[in-house]
Design a protein around this ligand. Sequence first.
Ligand code: G4P
Length: 526
Amino acid sequence: MDNPNLRKEVDSRRTFAIISHPDAGKTTITEQLLLFGGAIRQAGTVKGKKTGNFAKSDWMEIEKQRGISVTSSVMQFDYDDKRVNILDTPGHEDFSEDTYRTLMAVDSAVMVIDSAKGIEAQTKKLFQVVKRRGIPIFTFINKLDRDGREPLELLEELEDLLQIESYPMNWPIGMGKGLEGLYDIYNERIELYRPENYGGERLIPLDQAGEIPADHPFRGSGQYEQVLEEVELVKEAGDSFDRKKIANGEQTPVFFGSALTNFGVQTFLETFLEFAPSPYAHKTQSGDEVSPYEPEFSGFVFKIQANMNPAHRDRIAFVRICSGTFERGMDITLERTGKKMKLSNVTQFMADARENIQEAVAGDIIGVYDTGNYQIGDTLYEGKLKVAYEELPSFTPELFMKVQAKNVMKQKSFHKGIQQLVQEGAIQMYRTYLTDEYVIGAVGQLQFEVFQYRMKNEYNAEVVMTPMGHKIARWIDPEQLDEKMGSSRNILARDRFDQPLFLFENQFAERWFADKYPDVKLKSLM
Ligand code: G4P
């Protein structure tokens, strides 16, 4: 059964996402990684923010052929003997449930933090989703070339705000204008920021560090001595390096660096690839696990990207391969419907588009051209043995809109559209208890725009949306529900499974409710 070639391929995969708050430097570090992997030739190719569309690259033709931006969603490259898949988690206005769901398809995560700002709101949210999965989380504290907060303070914040142990893999020697290098605790060496000042060597073994001329800035200023003290302190008082905790996401290895000046990034990449896990077994609904080395192909849909270009109504279903090998034209079964299909029109995210023959195995992502067959969470499998992967979690929406059909004559298409888009996972839908109005919920504004656009273009149903703003959605046990509990500050609604919930105006309203009904337990989704 076991195929050594497949095992070798699977073991070489490293599939991860970078999580961060906007502007922490995710794009910049992604670019540096792609440069190291030879996937792009110059910096500035990934970034598309300024032009208003998604990231671009110079190596994928598929985008031009299809007129759909898929390239930036998955970026693949080879480094050493590893094949690396970076899954994009859009921030800013593009933030949506897809961003969260992408985190269900990775084997580890890298958290990028701005050294001057520390942990910011979006980082915290994304972190919590990753933490629940119990997968390894690596931290890169960025922008060391600028004045930022003290390293110790940043580590403390990690532990306090995120409740995760941290282990510094390196320690900055100075920062901002005074940045001289990194004391690389893990690799026992010094990494110099301006090696040209020291005779050209970038990496200096610790035992030779004393030979750096005493008149050199970091020695002369006493910086180095201070760093030695700090490192001693964290070694003694801090948590010890623990591979098992790292593997379970209970401890995060922390790297300092500067993505913009490409300082500390290569060391980070190499150390990360050493510790980041290869694909592991995935749980099925029956509680079994499917090994990634299982020769028969299987995978699940974690994201569906609808085309916003009116000339192209196609969609791409992103499939995380969980076992076996993907082959173009292979026959698979869609578990939900039992329908047999051919996987022929498929995008592979290759390190280099010029090589046509690439194997996609467990850990890799394929983009399946979809005309409406797939839903988020669907399992695809090869062979006779049925596989159904665990359902993807639903995420608590934060933004809400009341929605109705613009044209009352179009009620039928309106209902059909809403129902299908809700099923597909594009948006969440609720009905108010008393007035039975439609309310849609999302985690990011873009979801509403996509919804409105698709309702019009795919279902011929124009919608009118009335913003309700931010709300805190909390579910209540139907047994405990009394309709009188609802008010304008906590609107009572039901979800599409008929489960009751409140949409609280803000935290005060939630607290007020908790005080008034101390016995009522409220729940959020993930
Ligand atoms: P994001 O994807 O997380 O949103 O962040 P991005 O990489 O776009 O970086 C946000 C800003 O921070 C950019 O500047 C970028 O150049 C800068 N930056 C990233 N890494 C570093 C670093 O290590 N040091 C310093 N000093 N700056 C860094 P911008 O002015 O907003 O954009 P741009 O005009 O440079 O494109």
